[in-house]
Design a protein around this ligand. Structure first.
Ligand code: ATP
Ligand code: MG
Length: 369
């Protein structure tokens, strides 16, 4: 379900093992639709489209978070669907998601739910300055607004047309990181190494994946928290949990994505099992093994900003760097902030990978990190 780049990389991993794939996406040319054996071009809730998918597929997964839950319920009644409708519904709704984190005993940013004018009026003063986030349908920082006073908060909620929101306290971030796990129907759970993530303008810009990217106790804590979050949900599939590291080195959970994640793309080139391999295995009921990272890696996201003046980025120079792996998603038009591809640098040592990643960034006009 879904034809974006995550679907494309899943399809490619499935095809590498000989599977046939079908993608349901209304868009006539989508990154995953272009490479799949079958492309069902209907709306996500179209009954005929869903019936075709059921007919074609033994098992079904999703590549974006906002697949309508009723579609997953329909599919789940006939086929193995992972992750299941219930887990996806929780991840789709920041209010339910935060309640789940609290249930798991994993601390999240202090927050208040705002669904009514009286809840707005009752927001505790110490949540300001904060970030107002829509409960549903936000991504890449969309549907979020920073507010520093009650007046700004009221205006921001008004501008969001009074939809259900959460106000989160603005936290002093030292770093951001994420952990990806895959959990099978038999309860076996494996994880990729922790990713250190740099966001710019609310969009992931750089992921650094190597030993020592964060202090070992924090890494262990984040992995344990992610496993607990998956376990509590009886989750089946690939799950990514994003965390904040605060100035005092405490760890706070931000949000989860019920699918492979942009921060895990390095695993395609730096691990013996990628996050998409793990997704294929969970879907097919095949054994899950703990992935082994064989090279330090840094991933640079390639946003449409690199194309805007119409010129193609200097791939010839970028690909002359040792350990450069270019992934482009087959999107035909570039626009500012659009994820067009990613570049992973691998190497023998962290120092070498950092050096080539900085060279690549300089060639591409990406700010140093
Ligand atoms: P995506 O789904 O693409 O990860 P999103 O739109 O769901 O993004 P969040 O992950 O909630 O957005 O926030 C985007 C970024 O904004 C975070 O990665 C972080 O840099 C910043 N941010 C979000 N919440 C807070 C907070 N409470 N305090 C400080 N910074 C925050
Ligand atoms: Mg996020």
């Amino acid at each position: 379900m879904g034809g974006g780049q995550l679907g494309r990389m899943f399809v490619q991993a499935a095809q590498a093992m000989g599977y046939f794939t079908a993608v349901l996406d209304p868009d006539a040319i989508s990154p995953a639709g272009l490479v799949s054996h079958y492309h069902i071009k209907t709306a996500y809730l179209d009954e005929q489209g869903l019936a075709q998918l059921i007919q074609r597929c033994a098992a079904i997964t999703t590549e974006f978070e906002n697949v309508p839950a009723p579609a997953l319920l329909t599919l789940g009644a006939a086929r193995r669907v992972s992750p299941g409708a219930e887990a996806v519904a929780i991840a789709q709704d920041r209010i339910r998601e935060k309640a789940h984190f609290v249930r798991c005993g994993v601390p999240c940013a202090p927050y208040a739910v705002i669904e009514t004018a009286s809840q707005l009026a009752a927001v505790p003063e110490d949540l300001l300055p904060g970030i107002l986030k829509t409960a549903r349908l936000g991504y890449d920082g969309k549907g979020q607004q920073r507010v520093s006073s009650r007046a700004e908060l009221a205006a921001a909620w008004d501008a969001l047309k009074g939809v259900p929101c959460v106000l989160e306290k603005m936290l002093p971030l030292k770093a951001e990181c994420s952990v990806i796990v895959a959990r099978g129907a038999d309860g076996v759970c494996v994880n990729l190494p922790l990713q250190l993530n740099l966001h710019r303008d609310g969009i992931l810009a750089v992921t650094e994946a190597y030993e020592g990217n964060l202090p070992a106790p924090l890494v262990a804590q984040a992995i344990a928290a992610t496993r607990a979050i998956a376990e509590q949900l009886q989750y089946v599939g690939v799950l990514c949990v994003e965390f904040f590291v605060l100035q005092d080195d405490s760890l706070v959970v931000n949000e989860m994505a019920p699918r492979p994640h942009n921060s895990g793309h390095y695993s395609l080139d730096a691990c013996d099992l990628s996050q998409f391999d793990l997704q294929v295995r969970t879907l097919a009921g095949l054994p899950l093994l703990q992935p082994r990272q064989h090279s330090p890696a840094i991933m640079l996201n390639l946003l449409g900003d690199l194309w805007v003046d119409g010129a193609t980025p200097p791939w010839d120079q970028v690909l002359a760097l040792p350990g450069a792996h270019l992934h482009l998603y087959g999107k035909l038009t570039a626009s500012k902030g659009r994820k067009m591809g990613h570049l992973t640098l691998t190497g023998a040592t962290v120092a070498q990978v950092r050096a080539t990643a900085l060279q690549a960034a300089a060639l591409l006009g990406i700010a140093p990190f």
